[in-house]
Write a protein that binds this ligand. Structure first.
Ligand SMILES: Cc1cc2nc3c(=O)[nH]c(=O)nc-3n(C[C@H](O)[C@H](O)[C@H](O)COP(=O)(O)O)c2cc1C
Length: 342
């Protein structure tokens, strides 16, 4: 079915198609009880043995939706009905911001990839918190991750206060947090992956965690472009700050070995999809082996098939996430991965 619709979708601007599809999906889900039933019975995964417990959270299955797809937490219920075991929303920032000028998302069909320079376009954390509060009242069972970032206008020296604002505002409505310091589309953001600024952000959030009766697992999302020495630092930082785990990886700034023509691959932004698969798996394997499996890893980057997901698991991931593979393969990919992972 998806293979019939995909060529039509791929004729239009990717960002426009994205919103066209998710809005229709939500409308179908909200307005027609029958619509919801049809979506669920077609896609939802009811396979025994898929449940996982990772960093203290029970996941109905290990296949999640990666950050960036639902930037404002608007489509969590309909997306969950497609079979995802968890949905990561964001990246959200304290204040709303428009992101970069359009066009800012590009398909590279010859490489089954995307380049994006969205720039954390989002409606701000207050809007997201309210949406998720309503969602959690209705569906407390849907596992939601809150991926948090800083506003473009906030200098790196003040970044920690942006992360705190998002953390505090979302604390009651998400199940886990992701500190995003790895997007290539906010100038200077990736400098926060350096040891000292990173420790400051994570230690401050962990202090907030300790002040509450309950704490929320905090994960760190890293870029695939880190060197081995930087990955060693990450292992040390996880141990020192006692955060719950790592998400590996975000998009890459590399353009190596692409079949796509020069003018398109020269677009600024983060590259995702098949070309990032190997490097992201390498990063997972390195972290897992070097740390002696000291912390859980969510594996993301170029998963377009059940085999790709299995490779991430074999490299040391406890859970996986999809974005670009979901665009290229459609929602059927979730079930096919789940079937293979039982
Ligand atoms: C259009 C687009 C927007 C994204 N936005 C975010 C984001 O806001 N925050 C984030 O942490 N990752 C974001 N990502 C990265 C994905 O979550 C994921 O880490 C990356 O794309 C690699 O996975 P994939 O190859 O399955 O797409 C975005 C990816 C794409 C393609």
């Amino acid at each position: 079915m998806y293979s019939l619709i995909k060529p039509i979708f791929f004729k239009f601007d990717p960002e426009n198609v994205h919103y066209f599809v998710v809005k229709r999906l939500k409308w179908f889900n909200d307005k027609f009880p029958l619509g919801k039933t049809i979506i669920r019975s077609s896609f939802d995964v009811h396979i025994k043995g898929l449940e996982r417990e990772v960093f203290g959270i029970k996941f109905r299955n290990p296949v999640g939706l990666a950050a960036g797809f639902d930037k404002n937490g608007e489509y969590v219920e309909p997306l969950s009905n497609l079979g995802f075991g968890f949905i990561e929303v964001g990246t959200v920032t304290p204040m709303p911001q428009p992101g970069n000028d359009k066009p800012r998302m590009f398909r590279l069909p010859n490489d089954e990839a995307l380049i994006n320079r969205m720039g954390f376009n989002n409606k701000g954390v207050d809007v997201m918190a309210e949406r998720l509060r309503l969602l959690k009242d209705k569906h407390p069972d849907i596992v939601v991750g809150g991926n948090i970032g800083k506003n473009k206008a906030t200098p790196n020296e003040d970044a920690v206060s942006d992360y705190i604002k998002c953390f505090d505002r979302l604390f009651d409505v998400v199940d886990y947090f992701v500190v995003n310091v790895s997007s290539p589309n906010t100038p200077g953001l990736r400098e926060l992956q350096e040891k000292e600024p990173l420790k400051k952000i994570l230690n401050t959030l962990q202090q907030r965690n300790r002040k509450n009766d309950i704490s929320r697992p905090i994960l760190l999302k890293i870029a695939p472009d880190l060197t081995d020495a930087q990955l060693d630092d990450i292992i040390e930082i996880v141990a020192e700050t006692n955060i719950a785990g790592i998400i590996a990886t975000n998009t890459t700034i590399s353009r190596e070995n692409l079949a796509t023509e020069q003018n398109l691959k020269a677009e600024t932004g983060g590259l995702s999809g098949k070309p990032v698969k190997e490097r992201s798996t390498e990063v997972i394997r390195y972290l897992s082996e070097k740390s002696n499996k000291a912390f859980p890893i969510i594996g993301v980057g170029g998963i377009h098939s059940a085999k790709d997901a299995q490779e991430k698991m074999d490299a040391g991931a406890s859970l996986v996430q999809l974005y670009t593979g979901f665009i290229y393969e459609g929602p059927g990919l979730i079930k096919s991965i789940c079937k293979a992972l039982v």
